[in-house]
Design a protein around this ligand. Structure first.
Ligand code: GLU
Length: 441
């Protein structure tokens, strides 16, 4: 059997191919020479599988798609406080090259517009790095996100630098406000080198998948940045990533995204996939026309909008029943799925509503595939309270989904591998009780 995904991608590409509206970016002359017919789309899963159709191995310059990654590197290299002091997180609702700085401090509104991105570039690498070392750090960092060594397109770089009057003006203003502390020209040069890094749609999908995978590159396994950095970057992508079209994008597509004027577009869907498209003609906002159409299709065809409400937590309690009778009766709550706060709340409420009369209460986690920290703490607290109410509590947890099953402070729990071990005779229960928090087999 052939995978269904490349065929789906090819079909969607065919649907948008005839749309030839939009213009090549021409304020960077070298970009005006791009082949407008290019079209490609790639998906990279968080476990490293890549699916693609069309021109996914054609190189083009990353341009503004470097901005979220640069922001990530600045946050990782300098920590949050110094970066937030110099670059805000408020959507500006303006074009990418607007000279929009906070009126009193001169702080750029966010790192996705050029003013914020130029500042973020100046904060990449350790303090005291010279511009050349900083560019090396940047190219190395972008390469780690992509999982392969990337290089700079010198021709695009020279072409952009010759016409960089606006970015230079922005940088000189930032220098005037003390947001930049070095030679503005050298920083703009570095920023433009960053924008001139060559990537393919395949690379971009993997870079986005690294964000979707909590900062770990799915192929190399390298942790590129930490989870708090990823959360910050994805949040800013979702509010500011599409310039003055950010609101339309948030409602229509709903995937944290970033576009670039060479025609690339990425989206990172947390925990699921990284998506990249490539088509060089741009709309009035500077976003790829066919890229936007592709993302609209992906989002609606596959339910990828981040605000799409997941299956209700009520399905967490698969069954609530009693096994046996008399003094040997055992109350069993069989749980299923992934548990977060809402799921744990549902389990706690189920226990309260049931008010089990049975001494033994079993929480069967065999069909739970994930549990987050708050849910783990809530379940263990419920276990502790059940113990204090005189119950003997068992967790059926064959895959150690609850890593440290210690309810603390007067709570006791016996962990077993299969349900039968929790409903065995009183005699055997007594043996288990002697090892209250140890795992059975
Ligand atoms: N290097 C471009 C600039 O600063 C990036 C713009 C973009 O891709 O939106 O003008």
């Amino acid at each position: 059997m052939r995978s269904v995904i490349p065929d789906y991608l090819a079909e969607v590409l065919r649907d948008v191919e005839s749309n030839t509206s939009g213009q090549l970016a021409d304020y960077i002359p070298e970009l005006a020479a791009a082949d407008p017919k290019r079209l490609g789309a790639a998906f990279a899963t968080v476990d490293g599988e890549i699916y693609g159709a069309g021109d996914i191995d054609t190189e083009f310059t990353i341009q503004s798609i470097s901005k979220p990654f640069m922001y990530a590197l600045a946050l990782a290299d300098r920590s949050f406080a110094p970066v937030l002091a110099k670059v805000g997180v408020e959507p500006s609702g303006e074009a990418f090259n607007q000279i929009s700085l906070e009126s009193d401090t001169g702080r750029p509104f966010n790192p996705m517009i050029n003013a914020g991105a130029i500042t973020a570039h100046s904060l990449a690498g350790s303090e005291g790095m010279n511009p050349t070392e900083r560019v090396e750090r940047v190219v190395h960092g972008l390469s780690a996100f992509a999982g392969r060594e990337l290089r700079i397109d010198e021709a695009v770089c020279v072409s952009e630098m010759e016409h960089a009057h606006r970015n230079l003006a922005i940088a000189y203003m930032l220098r005037g406000y003390g947001i930049l502390t070095e030679d503005p020209r050298a920083i703009v040069e570095g920023y433009i080198r960053q924008c001139s890094v060559l990537v393919t749609a395949r690379d971009l999908a993997m870079m986005a998948a690294t964000l979707a995978n909590r900062g770990v590159n799915p192929l190399s396994g390298e942790r590129v940045v930490g989870e708090p950095v990823v959360r910050q970057v994805l949040s800013v992508m979702s509010t500011c990533g599409m310039y003055d079209a950010a609101g339309d994008w948030a409602t229509q597509v709903g995937i944290p995204a970033k576009s670039g004027v060479a025609g690339g577009l990425i989206g990172a869907l947390p925990g699921q996939i990284g998506i990249a498209t490539f088509s060089p003609r741009l709309d009035a906002h500077g976003n790829s026309v066919r890229g936007v159409s592709l993302f609209e299709r992906f989002s609606s065809d596959m339910g990828l909008h981040v605000m799409e409400v997941p299956a209700a937590a009520r399905a967490i309690v698969r069954s609530n029943h009693v096994l046996g009778d008399g003094p040997h009766a055992v109350r069993v709550l069989q749980l299923q799925g992934g548990i977060g706060f809402a799921g744990a709340e549902r389990v706690v409420r189920e226990i309260l509503n049931t008010a089990p009369a049975e001494v033994r209460v079993v929480l069967d986690l065999t069909m739970i595939y994930s549990i987050n920290d708050v849910a783990r703490r809530m379940l263990l607290e419920a276990v502790r309270r059940l113990t204090l109410d005189g119950h003997e509590v068992y967790l059926v947890d064959p895959e150690s989904i609850v890593p440290d099953p210690d309810p603390g402070d007067g709570g006791r729990v016996t962990v077993v591998g299969v349900l039968e071990q929790a409903v065995i005779s009183q005699h055997k229960v007594a043996q288990h009780r002697s090892r209250p928090t140890k795992r059975g087999t």
